[in-house]
Design a protein around this ligand. Structure first.
Ligand SMILES: C[S@@+](CC[C@H](N)C(=O)[O-])C[C@H]1O[C@@H](n2cnc3c(N)ncnc32)[C@H](O)[C@@H]1O
Length: 491
């Protein structure tokens, strides 16, 4: 018996005689916005790339090739950032719509599903458009077979809105508060737990914080004192879209977004992009009164140079010298760039802050803005929360302690040290400071230093807690969650 030849896919089946007419083959439509968003998600997934580094050059190229208009770029950005931020919630929804564990779904398929879930549950794109655009994308990047799977899953997802899904996939708050918040606000459960420990208080505060992590932060500029002014930046950005800082007299907020690199003062290095929390940390260290000499300042973890540039500008106003030290040579070069043109004396070196290249007792003010988990800047890196692991903290722990000890040895008696992190995790903040002061850990003895109340040096900033250290919060201050402890060397 001979095999029937397969019906060629493009040839329509003969009509009539009750036979079902096969659909003619149609080429999938390439939608440049979804294709670009998918490309970024793949890079994040496959190469551990950072979306905020991969996306801008792709958008620029799409504009140059005339594939994109401004609103296409805005949509692609929203699709990428929204999908990555809400990945935890979307994973829970997708899991409920398939009959195998998520880890058994091919990562590119999962990326198409997440992009589709975001369009359905997190944007105002109409349901039919969200499904059909996702299925077209799947046909292009995955092939027709897997596009059918995508279609089936997205149709299930489209059966409910976001609230409807959250009620179905998150455990009730009363049963498991942290897991509930993790699914509702799309954070890993251990991160919810750590943030809540640091923040304290009840449900409302932690919910506000987690939601603030899901907002895109405003771009904030710093007018480096003596080199630029907020007035210059306000005028350059344009009155209609620029706002003065909330707390820092040097800050200007680009409320409508925009390209900071287009501003002359930023290109010249007289101004820079810097979160107000970072500005407050540098300003507070500079504001603490000290008796006697105030001529030699050290930034011991300076790369890429944001705080160093503000400190150097403040030091220049008082005729003080800043040594900016950074372990990684390539980051030390970024510090060079950031300090170029500073009106006062400074030097940049590449050195390990735990094996100092300077003499003990030789500085009047020292900043140690130590490497940390970055849990305070989750707004900026949408994928960061999914990459971090609790065990990363163990890796930072000895380094953070070592750097603080060296800072306290580098500063002279009566001088002041600022210990800063861009993480509110207690294991990276208070616990480090307490351990070092008390000499905890094999081979260490108590350090002769005392904590200074940092709150008066952030004048006008509300909700700074009980002191003496300070923790800033995105939902309360509109800043990254920067931590600062100020310590005075006593003997
Ligand atoms: C949180 S970042 C500092 C940010 C910087 N203060 C700013 O405002 O731009 C920490 C820096 O410490 C550097 N670092 C890591 N280990 C170090 C070490 N042992 N000594 C000195 N710097 C180190 C990292 O390369 C990183 O650039």
């Amino acid at each position: 018996m001979s095999e029937q030849p397969r019906q060629p896919r493009r040839k329509p089946a003969p009509a009539g005689a009750g036979g079902k007419q096969a659909k003619p083959y149609r080429r999938p439509q390439k939608d440049p916005v979804r294709m670009l968003a998918f490309e970024v998600l793949r890079a994040v997934d496959e190469r551990d790339a950072y979306a905020n580094l991969v996306l801008p050059p792709l958008l620029k190229k799409a504009r140059q090739d005339e594939k994109f208009e401004a609103r296409d770029a805005a949509l692609a950005t929203e699709l990428v950032y929204g999908t990555l931020r809400r990945q935890g919630t979307y994973d829970a929804v997708i899991k409920a719509c398939i009959d195998r564990p998520l880890r058994e779904v091919d990562p590119p398929v999962l990326d198409v599903l997440s992009l589709g879930a975001h369009q359905l549950l997190g944007t105002r794109i109409p349901t039919h458009a969200a499904v059909s655009a996702s299925v077209e994308l799947a046909r292009v990047v995955l092939g027709d077979g897997r596009a059918k799977f995508v279609n089936a899953v997205l149709r299930k997802i489209a059966a409910h809105d976001l609230d409807g899904w959250l009620e179905r996939v998150a455990p009730p708050y009363e049963d498991d508060a942290e897991e509930h918040l993790a699914v509702y606000h799309s954070h890993p459960t251990w991160v919810v737990s750590a943030l809540w420990d640091a923040l304290g208080g009840g449900r409302a505060g932690i919910e506000d914080l987690l939601e603030a992590d899901n907002e895109r932060p405003e771009v904030t500029l710093v007018a480096r004192p003596g080199r630029s002014t907020p007035e210059e930046l306000l005028e350059a950005v344009g009155e209609e879209s620029a706002l003065p800082g909330r707390w820092s007299p040097y800050a200007v907020r680009m409320a409508e977004g925009g390209e900071p690199g287009a501003l002359e003062a930023v290109r010249d290095g007289r101004a820079g992009v810097q979160d107000e929390g970072s500005q407050l940390v540098a300003m507070a260290l500079a504001a603490v009164p000290i008796e006697g000499r105030d001529e030699r300042w050290l930034d011991g973890c300076a790369g890429p140079g944001g705080k160093a540039a503000l400190l150097a500008a403040l030091a220049a106003q008082r005729g003080a010298f800043l040594l900016a030290s950074e372990k990684q040579p390539h980051r030390a070069r970024l510090v060079e760039r950031s300090l170029a043109g500073n009106p006062g004396p400074y030097q940049v070196i590449a050195a390990d802050g735990t094996r100092p290249a300077w003499l003990p007792d030789s500085f009047d003010r020292v900043l140690m803005d130590v490497p940390c988990s970055g849990l305070g800047a989750l707004r900026r890196r949408p994928e960061a929360r999914w990459r971090r692991r609790p065990e990363d903290l163990e890796g930072f722990s000895p380094l953070q302690r070592g750097l603080l000890r060296e800072a306290l040895s580098a500063v002279r008696v009566g001088g002041v040290v600022g210990y800063a992190t861009c993480s509110p995790h207690l294991a990276e903040t208070r616990v480090v400071v307490e351990d070092v002061l008390k000499g905890r850990g094999a081979g260490h003895s108590p350090v002769s230093a005392e904590l200074i109340d940092a709150r008066p040096f952030m004048q006008g900033v509300p909700a700074l807690g009980d002191g003496p250290d300070v923790q800033l919060w995105p939902h309360l201050h509109g800043t990254d969650a920067m931590y600062l402890a100020l310590l005075r060397r006593t003997a």
